[in-house]
Design a protein. Structure first.
Length: 121
């Protein structure tokens, strides 16, 4: 089954790191992604820009609204993701436990499934 590992982090956290610290953490994450690719379990991985660069789109009553980031109410932002293939739930949880981001963020493990399928919990 495919799983996504979503990296949730404090939106202000990136601004507290020096460039060297940021590069070191990024290198750790790249090495982790490379190890998953070597194991044949990685479909795709991406780091996401800060929520400052995000725009939310809402359509209500036929009207579209654009909301620029950052979002004051946000306590966390998705900093990136790993998309895994052909892993069990237990494997996905074990992989998340190896993820370097678990040291400074939260790694959410979520199965991929249609939004109308209530059988996946």
């Amino acid at each position: 089954m495919p799983y996504a590992l979503l990296i949730f982090e404090d939106p202000a956290q990136r601004g507290t790191r020096s460039e060297a610290e940021g590069r070191d953490l990024y290198a750790r994450m790249q090495a982790f992604g490379e190890s998953l690719a070597a194991e044949g379990k990685l479909v795709h991985v991406e780091s996401l820009a800060s929520a400052d660069a995000a725009v939310r789109v809402q359509r209500r009553g036929g009207s579209t609204r654009l909301i620029d980031g950052p979002y004051a109410e946000a306590k966390e932002m998705i900093g990136g993701f790993f998309l895994l293939r052909d892993v069990s739930r237990d494997e996905a949880l074990a992989i998340a436990g190896r993820c370097p981001a678990a040291d400074w963020a939260t790694v959410e493990v979520r199965p991929l499934a249609p939004c109308f399928d209530g059988s996946v919990r």
